[in-house]
Design a protein around this ligand. Structure first.
Ligand SMILES: Cc1cc2nc3c(=O)[nH]c(=O)nc-3n(C[C@H](O)[C@H](O)[C@H](O)COP(=O)(O)O)c2cc1C
Length: 191
């Protein structure tokens, strides 16, 4: 099974810690795990040029060239991200927007990314600083859901934590680790 882990945070903060814990749990089995840190990539924004319209391939060449095959081949995707202004950070949004080529491939050219021996499933983990920031979870999840369906991941679960501002504050909560364990076990189930 191939697992793709995507980090949306530009800092060594709460979502990175969550992702590291999830990766640790996945490492207990012999899975191939790839980690992408959005802020370390050199990615231009989608220009809506429609260059991918007839082929399903983006005509801009940058670090997305190495991300496309990872998105295509993953059986499981784990996304960990902070909430920024009720949405996902710009670095992660750049990756998402550049998946417009998959949108054309799936919905116009009718060639969705195939599910091979395993069903494609995802786990979304969101962290926000605002204690009453549910709207940030709703908006970020909506963006990530649109992204996942476009890359033909038909199932996902979202876990979210609000009221965590300081890096590391999240993992002081034992319930979080327990929650995370259960979510990862569910993600790795084969069905
Ligand atoms: C630019 C910026 C925008 C933010 N916007 C929100 C927001 O809309 N809602 C919220 O709950 N928290 C917001 N926060 C707080 C972060 O989500 C919070 O600090 C989170 O723990 C950061 O996650 P990280 O440690 O993984 O980077 C914002 C933080 C920054 C830097």
């Amino acid at each position: 099974m191939k697992i793709l882990a995507i980090l949306g945070s530009p800092r060594k903060g709460n979502s990175e810690m969550l992702l590291n814990e999830a990766i640790k749990l996945c490492s207990e089995k012999n899975y191939e795990i790839n980690l992408i840190k959005a802020c370390e990539l050199n990615i231009s924004g989608c220009t809506a040029c429609d260059g991918c319209k007839d082929t399903g391939e983006c005509i801009i060449h940058d670090d997305m060239d190495k991300i496309y095959p990872l998105l295509r081949e993953a059986n499981r995707i784990i996304i960990a991200s902070p909430i920024f202004f009720f949405g996902v950070p710009a670095q992660l949004k750049l990756i998402i927007d550049r998946c417009q080529c998959f949108w054309y491939e799936k919905y116009v050219l009718k060639r969705p990314i195939p599910e091979k021996e395993f069903k494609r499933k995802a786990l979304i983990m969101l962290v926000g600083g605002m204690k009453k920031g549910q709207i940030g979870v709703t908006c970020s999840e909506a963006t990530l859901k649109a992204f996942l369906r476009t890359i033909n991941v038909s199932e996902h679960r979202t876990i979210s934590y609000l009221g965590y501002e300081e890096p590391g504050s999240l993992l002081k909560n034992y319930e979080v680790i327990n929650d995370l364990k259960n979510a990862v076990i569910e993600l790795l189930e084969n069905d």
